[in-house]
Design a binder for this molecule. Structure first.
Ligand SMILES: Cc1ncc(COP(=O)(O)O)c(C=O)c1O
Length: 390
């Protein structure tokens, strides 16, 4: 163990999810598990089913699953599409690639618009592809709102406009797993048909819950969608939800946690939650540039509020993360897929404040230096200056 290693203090979990769970949420979950078919549970179920809607920007139903986000990805596809259907997706990074692979395994035909993993879904490419599809073979457009592998946020409202400009009836399916509760999102206003989300990032909960917010058009599509589904079928869940129940045993204690997390978000105010994330992302980028390093995202309209990926094209990112974990007890996100060892990712989402950011960036700066990466030590000062402003 090195002289600087400390075992005191809390571990810094600064991966872009799972995120740090607030003590209030942990305490809320540390309650006796109750009868999931009894009246106390029904009240909890009805409360959280309603309270979650503003975070999605919807008044329409939100389906909950005791599953990780991957389950909600599968639910979005199997409830709306049929074998052999064509879907349009965008190569924004590792998660877009995984979702595409799932779609193909389920028997869908995916047109995957190529990308460089430094930009979001291109609304112009969407407009072009949809306008060319005069026979309306494309049944759905899949977009990852915040690509967690790159720190790039796609402009979903503009993709919606592309669908409208082309007069195309395809469903719009959006993954908000690392944006919901961190980056402003409007399921209804943006005409999204299925929004996919998970518990373990902006919602400040442990992993284990995931969601589909569902439009009326998606509900109609589910009546004729031919992909096989059982556990993920919306219809029996929505029917049981009317009285606050689920057709199977729900994740009771995670729902206690969700109730508390939603209360915390309502107390802070959603606009304030989003502004906090934007501000911390700006301060992080100021530090990265101050160090003389590069942010992976290239288009400032697409900078992520929930994480920042730092570009180390010559490799060495894993060594930096290793030093930071060993010396400073902080976990940072690894480069995924083709970005392995070429980026490391700082999560600045969820239960997070100015001093958490200063500690995080301090650890990154010390770790970079210790790993032998030449950085300007004034980098963190640039972040502090940003944090002096509202
Ligand atoms: C954007 C995005 N989509 C999908 C997933 C997969 O979710 P899970 O790991 O919860 O199954 C993740 C996980 O990090 C993600 O960040």
């Amino acid at each position: 163990m090195s002289a600087t290693t400390t075992t005191g203090g809390r571990h810094f979990l600064q991966i872009p999810g799972p995120t740090n769970v607030p003590d209030r949420v942990l305490r809320a979950m540390a309650a006796p598990t109750i009868d999931h078919r009894g009246p106390e549970f029904a009240a909890l179920g009805l409360e959280v089913l309603e309270a979650v809607k503003p975070v999605f920007g919807t008044t329409q139903p939100v389906v909950f699953y005791p599953a990780s986000g991957t389950g909600a990805w599968e639910a979005a596809l199997t409830n709306t599409l049929s074998p052999g259907d064509e879907v349009l997706a965008f190569e924004t990074g590792h998660f877009a690639t995984l979702w595409r692979e799932m779609a193909e395994r389920l028997g869908l035909r995916v047109t995957f618009v190529p990308g460089d993993w430094r930009h979001g879904a291109d609304p112009d490419a969407a407009r072009e592809r949809l306008a060319a599809d005069t026979g309306h073979a494309i049944k759905a457009v899949m977009v990852v709102h915040n690509e967690t592998s790159t720190g790039v946020t796609s402009r979903v409202a503009e993709v919606r406009r592309a669908l409208d400009d082309a007069g195309h009836p395809a469903l719009l399916l959006v993954d908000t797993i690392s944006s919901l509760g961190s980056i402003e999102y409007r399921h209804d206003e943006w005409g999204v048909d299925v929004t996919v989300a998970g518990s373990q990032k902006g919602l400040m909960l442990p992993p284990g819950l995931s969601f589909n917010a569902v439009s009326e058009k998606a509900l109609q599509a589910s009546k004729t969608a031919g992909l096989p589904r059982s556990f993920f079928d919306w219809q029996p869940i929505l029917a049981a939800n009317e009285r606050g129940f689920w057709p199977y045993t729900p994740a009771t204690n995670l729902l206690y946690g969700l109730r508390e997390a939603l209360t915390m978000m309502a107390e802070e105010g959603l606009p304030q939650v989003y502004a906090r994330h934007t501000r911390h992302a700006e301060a992080t980028r100021a530090a990265v540039r101050g160090w003389g390093l590069e942010v992976l995202a290239l288009d400032e309209r697409e900078f992520s509020g929930s994480l920042t990926a730092i570009w180390m094209p010559d490799g060495g990112a894993d060594a930096v993360r290793g030093v930071i974990l060993r010396e400073y007890d902080m976990s940072l996100g690894a480069g995924l897929g083709k970005l392995a060892d070429k980026v490391f990712r700082i999560g600045h989402l969820g239960h997070f404040n100015d001093l958490t950011l200063v500690g995080t960036l301090g650890g990154v700066q010390m770790g970079l230096t210790r790993a032998g990466v030449q950085v300007d030590p004034q980098g963190i000062q640039a972040a502090l200056e940003r944090l002096q402003q509202p």
